[in-house]
Design a protein around this ligand. Sequence first.
Ligand code: NAD
Length: 508
Amino acid sequence: MSTALDTQLKNAEAALARFAAEPLGHWIGGRAVAGVGEAFGNRSPVDGRSLGLVVDATAAEVALACEAARDAFAGWRATPGTERRRVLHAIADAIEARAEEIALVECMDTGQAWRFMSKAALRGAENFRFFADRAPDAANGVSLPTDSHLNYTMRQPVGPVAVITPWNTPFMLSTWKIAPALAAGCTVVHKPAEWSPLSARLLAEIMHEAGLPAGVANLVNGFGETTGRTLTEHPALRATAFIGESSTGSLIMSQGAPTLKRVHLELGGKNPVIVFDDADLERALDAVVFMIYSLNGERCTASSRLLVQRSIHDGFVERLAERVRRLKVGHPLDPATEVGPLVHERHLEKVLSYAAIARGEGASVAVGGARATGAGLPPAGCFVQPTLYVGATPSMRIAQEEIFGPVLTVIPFDDEADALRIANGVRYGLAGYLWTGDVGRANRVAQALDVGMVWVNSENVRHLPTPFGGMKSSGIGRDGGDWSFDFYMETKNVALALGMHAIPKLGR
Ligand code: NAD
């Protein structure tokens, strides 16, 4: 065992001890609430160890959290934007100060590798800073005058909102939703995923200690069908910001319908990376490997379908297979590890089930396709071999369904039209990546892809002011820059008569 890993393990033990000591409850109205609901076990996917108990919130506790957010709304919305900016920067400072602890907890709770999680905690701080700086101007509108009236718009926070997040990079994704909500003047009730609840508690405490007033950000733990559902149905909340599976997104919409909740849905993907024969193939290969095998492939923007031009297919795939075979599967706290264990035994089974499906449909498993064992991997861990399916056709399930693991499906194409037909021939439309040396083709294909985001000759490089989100079954709405405020704020128009314009006279 390496010394680096030894040290990491010792630090992780220290960070996790508190969660083993008592069941993890909720954070409501500025304080910890133990919770009286049923507790469920939280096991680490790394080695199967218990990380403690988590309490499923009762309907009454969810209601308390929603009421706390409702009661805190008037005060937080009236807080000057400059003060909201100050508090959000203080939160970012506190996240940076505890970034290592957050990353250690996240690695053990989710199985994500340290090399990515150490940066994800800092990305969380960046999210707070980015939206902090926009808080003072968030309410600004435009002036739309006529000869008779001055029309001006302004924005106001929509109200208390639910934020429901998944397990793949929980801390970063929570900040991505909560920071703009708070900057806008909304109050929040957050429910993290039941498979990765720990870092949300750290965030709740950090926000409190950094000076966020009581009730502005609340946290309830529990299952989607219970806690999550109650949250989306509660009349005190005006909107639900959701990140998760497409099928859950549908439920979120229907559960929120009776209370007419605004919804923002960031859902699944089956993102194509298209490699044309005139591309810089070295760089394309690096990006293809990175965009599906980083973060265990548990990433909504992962490029899980490689569409490669037939003329270069065999050579490209041969080199790709070599790289996939060499990926380092290991303990997530080992800084050398590239692929860690999947989040949960149930998810591991789902990902592995696709090997038989692939074979049954006539594709071949070029690399992987089975559980990863041996060589220092804890036997109870949810480790999977990085997997490469080749010889796939566009209609196969491995080419259509979101597997959400380190699993890549290769599909050959003949020409630009063929590539576009295959790329767009899925129900998802989150992201697309394309590699070509022809600038005209780059723009043609980028414009024709039915996706919310396209990267040309690049892996996913995020710039926070740009819009993030998907089309079709990948979601509704956009995050990032001002788009986040479109969701968390209402636009109001005020029309003011400038003089004595003619008013229609009735009943005279
Ligand atoms: P999931 O839909 O199973 O769960 C997400 C959250 O919703 C969890 O907190 C869960 O408890 C809750 N939930 C489940 N049922 C609910 C219900 N009926 N009412 C209210 N809440 C409910 O998703 P997951 O498996 O945790 O996450 C993986 C999925 O998230 C993948 O599909 C991935 O593509 C997607 N994702 C999308 C983005 C994006 O930005 N588009 C980012 C990350 C992950």
